[in-house]
Design a protein. Sequence first.
Lengths: 143, 143
Amino acid sequence: MKSEAIPAILKKYKLKVTPVRIAVLRVLIDSDTAMSHADIAQLLSDQHFDKVTLYRTLSHFTEKGIVHKVATEDRSWLYAVLAENNADIATDKTHAHFICDDCDKIFCFPIDEGSGQSVKSMKKGFLVKELEIRLHGVCPSCQ
Amino acid sequence: MKSEAIPAILKKYKLKVTPVRIAVLRVLIDSDTAMSHADIAQLLSDQHFDKVTLYRTLSHFTEKGIVHKVATEDRSWLYAVLAENNADIATDKTHAHFICDDCDKIFCFPIDEGSGQSVKSMKKGFLVKELEIRLHGVCPSCQ
DNA sequence: ACGCCAAATGCAACTTAGTTGCAATAGAAA
DNA sequence: TTTCTATTGCAACTAAGTTGCATTTGGCGT
Ligand SMILES: [Mn+2]
Ligand SMILES: [Mn+2]
Ligand SMILES: [Zn+2]
Ligand SMILES: [Zn+2]
């Protein structure tokens, strides 16, 4: 992704263009997996952004729909950009998360519309609005 | 469920029969939704069990497979008995979780074997071992 | 029934991801 | 350039869950 594209995304979502936002969004766009606050802080440690600023940046991105977050098994959050902000990563409103039980990385996958439908109409009286599929297993790098 | 059945379940899983274990397992079996540590502590507050003991009880139950736990959106765990320990609640290794966005309750549902299969074989190179489906929406009581 | 011992319990201190309040700073619109 | 509001940095805080350790107890062998 061209570096001038990142300020353009921030402007599109009515967010002020600041150094921390540019840096965090670039990191997320360049990653092929979902990332934690700690992952991002580690990668950007030379720029010594405050941890609270990073948390708030991730919250803003999530509220605006630039990224989405996934709860992990160890009580933390992972963040990944949504498809429209990175053509390389295929994500969508309804998609699957593959969780590698070896390296704990989480990958976002698209799923075809139909595959969720059978599940959605399963139980009478429950109004289903969104569907998330979680796959546990071993990722390619860990096999 | 008959009250003498609970010690029998504990014995079946090679756990010593203690007051806290009987109480916690009864609460979980009687519940129609998954419960948090705080939920359980609240219900058993008159018996003033230590909070660490409750945490360890839930860990033991999970390790033995009497219950399973589900990560919530707010960094906590919910616990629910597995099917074999309560015929009234239908759960299985592969099943769905319905999360009510109003009351935050989580319900366990069985899913038919087939519905997951299409998803499992989706991405080349990823070895899928387990499947969890999460449905977000509104439960019957909240509509 | 009695004694033994590993397992279970209670308590205090600790860990850690994430939050809150507030004063100082800096985008960006005018 | 000025102004105003959103953003940032820092310190203190919250809350779920964990760890260490001394005390107690369930269940087994006798
Ligand atoms: Mn995703
Ligand atoms: Mn379940
Ligand atoms: Zn892996
Ligand atoms: Zn509800």
